[in-house]
Design a protein around this ligand. Structure first.
Ligand code: RIB
Length: 333
């Protein structure tokens, strides 16, 4: 049976106080060399492992970081989490991944629970928490992918510009009846993408509110609403979906209606998730630099935790057009 030695047993074995053992463990305060050697040999002899919970209680630091995302089923978030974890792991931190279902109460519960465990910082993807909800936790926090408040450090993409690019691209391909499958109204980046789309179509005199529907950032919902839309408006020749999961839903709806993509209908998404390279045809998208966003947010948070100076607390990345067969016949294999 493995008996776990306590700090008291180490102190007894070495003939010193618990405080002295603690100073040796935390390399804090004065300990003479002989005493240090005695303590270290007792630690080795008893195979003592400092208790991480006790250490975090003592130091009020746990080397743990909480990452809260709204939907772990959406491949965008695992790709983002992978990037965050590569940085936090390389710096000796443990990453705790939390799925919030975009629910305010669940997000608050995670923030409170992890605060009780003395996490050293948070990275959150949220569209419900406001500044007042996070400031009173008084723990380093970076908003990733979706900003919370101009005063709160954040890393995200230029959603508005990316949406304008997507819409202009469909126009350049000759589309004139362009629909937009938008994300949920309460999510700020869905709103920005919607605004980019409407500004371009209004500017061209092509805006029609009947051609904007909410796909909820989900495949299933998008299949249903897009099927209805395409039946009602068969003249639609191009669709800009506010994220790649909805673009996949549009492709599915088009297939069920016997439409050829891109000949009858051109489709462009937004995100740049790997899944869009596996569909047939592969889906054109406005790719966010997902990995770079995740590593940047992680490094920014670690700088806050380690009290290093952070020059730029708002990092906005440009998105990039990735052309595939869902918009360009010539690219079809
Ligand atoms: O696909 C999930 C969406 O939510 C992405 O567009 C990403 O920006 C996140 O906010």
């Amino acid at each position: 049976m493995i008996v776990i030695a306590t700090i008291k047993e180490v102190a007894k074995e070495a003939g010193v106080s618990v405080a002295t053992v603690s100073r040796v463990l935390n390399n804090k305060g004065y300990v003479n060399e002989d005493t240090r050697k005695r303590v270290m040999s007792s630690i080795e002899k008893l195979n003592y492992k400092p208790n991480a919970v006790a250490r975090s209680l003592f130091k009020k630091k746990s080397k743990m970081i909480g990452l809260i995302v709204p939907d772990i089923k959406n491949p965008f978030f695992p790709e983002l989490a992978r990037a965050v974890e590569d940085v936090t792991n390389s710096e000796g931190y443990t990453l705790i991944l939390c799925n919030s279902d975009d629910d305010f109460h669940k997000e608050q519960k995670y923030l409170d629970a992890l605060k009780q465990k003395y996490v050293d910082g948070f990275i959150v993807v949220t569209s419900t928490l406001k500044a007042e909800h996070v400031e009173d936790h008084n723990i380093p926090l970076v908003a990733l992918d979706r900003s919370i408040h101009p005063e709160i450090p954040a890393v995200y993409s230029n959603n508005y510009t990316g949406a304008k690019q997507a819409t202009q691209y469909l126009l350049e391909l000759g589309c004139r009846q362009i629909a937009h499958i938008r994300g949920p109204h309460h999510i700020n980046n869905a709103e920005e993408r919607y605004k980019g789309f409407t500004d371009v179509t209004k500017d061209q005199g092509l805006y029609d509110p009947k051609l904007v529907i909410n796909g909820g950032y989900s495949i299933e919902k998008t299949i249903g609403v897009t099927s209805e839309l395409l039946k009602k408006s068969p003249e639609i020749d191009g669709i800009f979906a506010g994220n790649d999961m909805m673009a996949i839903g549009v492709l599915k709806a088009a297939e069920r209606l016997g439409l050829k993509v891109p000949e009858d209908l051109k489709i462009i998404g937004f995100d740049g998730i790997a899944l869009c390279k596996t569909t047939s045809p592969e889906i054109t998208t406005m790719a966010q630099p997902i990995y770079e966003m995740g590593t940047t947010a992680a490094r920014m948070l670690l700088d806050f935790i380690e009290k290093k100076e952070v020059i730029n607390t708002k990092q906005v990345f440009q998105v990039q057009l990735v052309e595939r067969q869902s918009t360009r016949v010539s690219l079809k294999r």
